[in-house]
Design a protein. Sequence first.
Length: 230
Amino acid sequence: MLQENQKPEEKLQRYGVSYLPERYLEHLYPSEDAYYPFSYEGVTSHIQFSETEITPSLQSVESWMPEWMTQISAFPIYFCVVLPAYSEAEFKIKFDELRATYQLSKGRRSSIFVVKALDEELFRRLLPIILSIGSNNDIALWSTRTHAFQVVEKELIYRKPKRKKKLTIETKATDYEMKVVLEPNTSVFWVGHDADNLHLLSSDPHMATYDRLCSTLPATVLTTLEGLSD
């Protein structure tokens, strides 16, 4: 721990903040040793938020994240989730009930939703859904200001052997992958594995240093700058 930003002690949310080294950015999905479960381009800052107290997840961000998004003029915000195809109907109902505008790419194995939140009220209602998706280790992200998610179509080939005739039958199907493409002054948040942490990939100068980042946070958020060991 190197330094703290001092805030009033009541109702504080405490987090460790790490600026991750370049080696975390070297490998792109779908490499087996990739750190992120998606590919990306245009990243300048790579930041990790982790709870400093023992808690089961990052659900506490629900209490202050909407305020932070408003303070940094992040709207409209775009959520992106990559779900198993069998989950599509369930989440389509959830987003329809919230009257959220979304784009849906339906593949054989996965379905990708890009959901638009124009204001803080809808963001507050969508955030618990997004965090729950991330806690199940499905891909869950959101971007500030611009649609930073590029949905890429790919063709899958399934091969099924026919033993009696010694033939292999090939079946083609369409699926989709998601890529993060950062434009200037944009940030993308990824709900980390098991929702144990929150990652920020940013091209926004306000996120480039720890002091600048802290100056944008709500007063109820207390952070400590943490180093990472190899």
